[in-house]
Design a protein around this ligand. Structure first.
Ligand code: PLP
Length: 379
């Protein structure tokens, strides 16, 4: 039997699964005539805040803007250092630059891939204002430890939760140990709209009010402006997100079940598998393995119709032109650099079929067997 083609994203299937509800939601918005700052956005914000177990949510037009507006609302600007992890999507650092601050990039931790909390203390200077942990691949960073250090130094904590909606720590929730949580709803995220979208969620009503103002040209009252941005989440997106938010926990459970299948299949292979600390609830935005000949495995999978991608193959500080004339401090990056060379994300989305998952397992193991002699275990 020929291998099925296994794509990397499931959002068209997801649309088909929810077609009636989504089509109705979009139709209702179109007929309502309220497309910007309308009732769907208000309802979505209420439902998202409730889902996050936080008081307020503010819909924005991207996860990048969620970070930028959170930094600006917290009053950060030129000269302020904001510590984050080097192992993240570019936007985390970019948002710090866009707000006028100085990103301080510290290494990631080799098992979790998240910010290495042991390296935080040494990166703090009198100019440090905040820490931005990223819940990379859907695994929460060690928030209690980060909050403890932040508190001791009077720093803010902004969670980059673009990849982690629905995840939990062992005895903590996302949003419990920070000032604000930043979310992305770009289509491929665990909760994705049909395009770009984002939000912040927080218990700080003043901060939420400030971000509401910033997203709308510095205005809360018609024709009364101060300087802000145009960064509102459209009602069409909000209506779609309301439908999908009701499904997100069910989808996370499926992602975890698929991860268990991959884990079991690869348990005796030389691949290094995702690690989840005890009692954490990973939401597997990505299922990321490590392999010394990552490019070889990726090419083998592609030859068998399976798309595997890399997150992230070029670390931020190794990108061409870095740092583009902007201020930055880069701490030693041996773990992130090793990750960049070895990570491979296998297909992971709730709409995968068992046949597709089996094909990914079969071809990955076939490659391991054929490449076994030259693959040095990375565990
Ligand atoms: C970790 C991380 N931070 C920030 C962002 C930026 O989000 P957006 O693409 O919605 O601007 C993304 C995703 O795209 C991300 O993965």
């Amino acid at each position: 039997m020929a291998d099925p083609k296994v794509g990397f994203y499931g959002h068209v299937r997801q649309y088909h699964d929810l077609k009636d509800e989504i089509d109705r939601a979009i139709h209702d918005v179109l007929e309502s005539g309220s497309y910007v700052l309308g009732p769907q956005l208000t309802e979505f914000e209420r439902e998202l805040a409730r889902y996050m177990n936080l008081q307020e949510a503010v819909g924005l037009n991207s996860g990048t803007d969620a970070l930028v507006l959170a930094f600006l609302a917290l009053g950060f600007g030129p000269g302020d250092e904001i510590i984050t992890t080097s192992n993240t999507f570019f936007a985390t650092a970019e948002a710090i630059w866009l707000a006028g601050g100085t990103p301080v990039l510290i290494d990631s931790e080799s098992k979790t891939h998240n910010i290495d909390v042991k390296k935080l203390q040494a990166a703090i200077t009198p100019k440090t204002r905040a820490i931005v942990p990223v819940h990379l691949y859907g695994l929460p960073a060690d928030m209690p430890a980060i909050a403890k250090i932040a508190k001791a130094h009077g720093l803010s904590v902004i969670e980059d939760c673009a990849q982690g909606i629905g995840a939990r720590g062992d005895n903590f929730a996302i949003g419990e140990h920070s000032d604000v949580v930043c979310l992305s709803f770009i289509i491929q995220k665990n909760l994705g709209c049909f395009g770009d979208g984002g939000a912040v969620a927080t218990n700080n009503a003043e901060l939420a009010a400030q971000i509401r103002k910033l997203r709308n040209h510095g205005s809360v009252k018609r024709s009364h402006h101060s300087i802000g941005y145009n960064s509102r989440l459209d009602d069409l997106h909000a209506a779609v997100l309301r439908v999908k938010l009701r499904k997100v926990d069910e989808w996370s459970a499926k992602r975890r079940a698929f991860a268990r299948i991959y884990d079991a299949a690869f348990a005796n292979s030389p691949l290094r598998l995702p690690y989840t600390p005890a009692e954490y609830e990973h939401v597997y935005h990505l299922y990321v393995i490590e392999c010394d000949d990552r490019d070889g495995l990726q090419a083998h999978l592609a030859a068998h119709g399976i798309t595997a991608l890399t997150h992230y193959p070029i670390a931020i500080h190794q990108q061409e032109g870095f740092p583009w004339g902007r201020p930055v401090r880069v701490h030693p990056q041996s773990v992130t650099e090793k990750s960049a060379a070895s990570v491979l994300s296998l297909p992971m989305y709730p709409e995968l079929t068992r046949e597709e998952i089996d094909a990914v397992c079969r071809e990955t193991l076939a490659w391991c067997a054929s490449a076994g002699a030259r693959t040095v275990p990375t565990r």
